[in-house]
Design a protein around this ligand. Sequence first.
Ligand SMILES: [Cu+2]
Length: 493
Amino acid sequence: MGTRKNQSTLTAAEKAAFVAAVKALKANGTYDVFVDQHRTAFLAGVNDPAHGGPAFLPWHREYLRRFELALQEIDPDVSIPYWDWTVDRTAGASIWNADFMGGNGTGPGGRVMTGPFAFSTGEWTLTVLDPGDTDTFLTRAFGVMGSLPTQQGVNTATNIVPYDSPPWNRNSSTSTSFRNHLEGIIHNPGHMWVGGSMMAMSSPNDPVFWLHHCNIDRLWSVWQRENPGQNYLPPSGTPGVVDGHGLDDPMPPWNNEASPPMPRDVLDHHALGYTYDDEEPTQVVPLTVDAAPFTASIGQAGEIDAYSFVASTQESYVIETEGSTDVVAALYGPNDANALIAEDDDSGVDQNSRIARNLVPGTYYVRIRHYSSSSTGSYRISVRGSGLQPGIQTIQVNGPAVQGTLSAANERDLYTFTVVTPGSHTIETAGSTDCFLTLFGPNSQTTVITQDDDSGPGTNSRIVQNLGAGVYYVQVRHYSPTGTGAYSVSVRT
Ligand SMILES: [Cu+2]
């Protein structure tokens, strides 16, 4: 899987490799085929398959990926870097140095005079021009026509849902169309700020086009990650939608291929074979199996918290959240932070998440988000292995209480009982230890029925529950992650 990096982090060798691959495509004619495809899309006017409509993002994702694959035929180690103009926003930024994109248009007619794409190198002559244009040299005019987006502007954009809205074009409201907001308010100013060749239909003549659009594609992937319930819109056949912009419309100019790409085909960029260097949340908090729950919070709307844990033996593990925040948990691995194993919203207590899985040894990753992308709140998260549950003791219904001891921090004792006659059952602890009961079943060690801390005498737990016939499981732990002590537990009708 190729990784698209922030251009400001590229080494000198990585910059040189990217420039060399771009120049090789220019020399063999491939580059200008790409420029022509972009110009042709614009020349279609109201039927433009690439701009001013829902497919703006899918079309450019496909377009960039094809360009990237062409680069990789020259040099398999090259990926398209992205230009984060919320940070690198002046003419003095290193992106414009002579070893990479070259600088502003300081020559006659705004001609770029420095760097590998200066006309004077003899290796960057523009051949695909807009109608009426005659300049065959690259031009730029930094900051004359617009200003670069800020991080605050980007945050506003990535919080907009849904993906798009009627009338599915440039007139879609920028407060109800993420696509039109990103295209019109974030993407267009990037072209305008660079100016010159970047303002044209044939804007890919300036190689910074790829870095700018790579950042736009990255922001689409951020929006997708932060708004997991939001899908591409609209479906094919929606009235008023230009051909190529529906979910299952073949996208020109590739619509005559044997299996033409449709917006649906490019929604998952990992499936296309690349990832972005900032996709992993910067901080991955390591969790220890069987340790006390870790307290955290979704502090910002849309935030995704990331955790990892190591499963050292093959056994059943339970990843569980606690608290009053409606969180959603997703489990990934082994040893791959992007391989989804399971996602869960509400299988735990109240609106908590609970994932129980038999896992092979390896490193696993957990991501926690709020169910609502506009809400915040605190929660606790823990990972438990079954290793601390030595055999499962049986409790006889209406039989003697079973004696147990929580002898170590975080110990969980597991019991089972069988209901033959359906009806109300009381599961209860006794003694001076502050026990906490969890009831699972029927016929499942992972489906929580209810939990109780102190409904019994003193700090004991008591669950009164109507139960059907079946096998049930009772877990006893101390209320405190570090507490220990003796107790007894019984089941009566
Ligand atoms: Cu474009």
